[in-house]
Ligand binder design. Structure first.
Ligand SMILES: NC(=O)c1ccc[n+]([C@@H]2O[C@H](COP(=O)([O-])OP(=O)(O)OC[C@H]3O[C@@H](n4cnc5c(N)ncnc54)[C@H](OP(=O)(O)O)[C@@H]3O)[C@@H](O)[C@H]2O)c1
Length: 299
């Protein structure tokens, strides 16, 4: 039974390449060897032709028989051939090609990293410039309710219900521009009264009820809100992330519990943000978790 089975040897691509390379090398060396043998025979033949058979006896260059120059010229070709097989192969073979390719790729990677650094610096500069254009720019305020683990939302919804936090939000933002991402806007059952909504989206024909302002960038949102003494950034995660670089204040409701979430608030860096007030509230019948109202200003 065993004897009937054909052995099925598998050679992977790398092994095959190695074998092909080895075969190529053997062929190159074989050709060089043949060249060497032909050179020896040829040289003897030239000498016999000239000295024994008298061919071109009278043809001399600098008083030297022609076969000397013929042999020297051939020797030069043989040396060149040898050089190609042993030296050029080493420096410009597959390894050399691979090393050059790796160098090139590393250089391109460096360039891409530099470009993306420049891009993000430009983006930040644009936002700051847009802010500078606004006369009342020192009050751009982020407002957010954030869990201990920085969770802010799940399945495009808030995760908790804190009655006092909603009142706090209403009091602070009342009469102001509220700037939000398209997803946060879509999470509202209806627009909030007595606030100017600015919705950021990349979409060109995003449909909204009358009175809602749609813009295509945070820059444009700030421009629309430039007359407001305190425009608010009200979320969600994507917009908070972008606005953290330029906001002047953060009004944070810290909910003292961890939650499972798909959207998170960015880390508040204490070397950039200074806490100016912190008021702790215990949970009660209307607020199911302990929470704190914390204010920060940019240092
Ligand atoms: N706890 C809180 O205080 C709080 C507050 C607000 C929201 N939330 C929660 O946060 C979650 C939503 O946040 P999210 O991060 O998923 O979405 P989001 O920030 O509300 O909106 C993201 C969308 O905004 C648009 N956008 C973002 N950056 C843009 C830019 N630079 N230029 C143009 N358009 C831009 C894009 O809209 P297009 O795709 O249409 O282009 C993007 O898909 C929800 O769960 C919500 O309940 C929590």
């Amino acid at each position: 039974m065993i004897g009937n089975k054909k052995s099925n040897v598998q050679i992977d691509k790398e092994q095959l390449e190695l074998i092909q390379n080895a075969q190529k090398r053997i062929k190159q060396k074989k050709r060089l060897y043949i060249h060497f043998v032909v050179f020896l025979i040829g040289s003897v033949f030239f000498i016999l032709l000239n000295l024994v058979l008298g061919f071109g006896e009278k043809f001399k260059i600098f008083e030297t028989n022609w076969f000397v120059f013929a042999i020297l010229a051939w020797l030069f070709l043989l040396i060149y051939h040898t050089f190609n097989v042993f030296i050029t192969h080493k420096f410009m073979g597959k390894d050399w090609e691979q090393a050059q390719l790796e160098k090139l790729v590393a250089k391109q990677k460096q360039r891409i990293e530099k470009l993306s650094e420049t891009l993000s610096i430009n983006e930040e500069t644009n936002l700051n410039e847009s802010k500078k254009k606004s006369k009342l720019s020192s009050n751009l305020t982020i407002i957010a309710a954030v869990a201990e683990n920085d969770a802010i939302g799940k399945d495009n919804q808030l995760i908790w219900h804190l009655s006092d936090d909603l009142k706090h939000f209403k009091t602070l933002t009342n009469g102001h521009h509220i700037i939000m991402g398209r997803k946060t806007f879509e999470s509202f059952p209806k627009p909030l009264p007595n606030r100017t909504h600015i919705v950021i989206t990349k979409q060109n024909n995003f449909k909204v009820p009358e009175g809602i302002i749609v813009v295509n960038s945070l820059n444009d949102a700030l421009d629309v809100a430039k007359k407001d003494s305190q425009p608010f950034i009200i979320g969600g995660g994507e917009i908070y992330n972008q606005a953290m670089q330029i906001a002047d204040k953060i009004e944070l409701t810290r909910v003292h519990k961890n939650f499972e979430a798909d959207t998170f608030f960015p880390k508040i860096n204490s070397s950039i943000w200074k806490e100016t007030s912190n008021i702790y509230h215990k949970k009660d019948e209307k607020n199911e978790f302990d929470y704190s109202f914390i204010s920060y200003i940019r240092k």
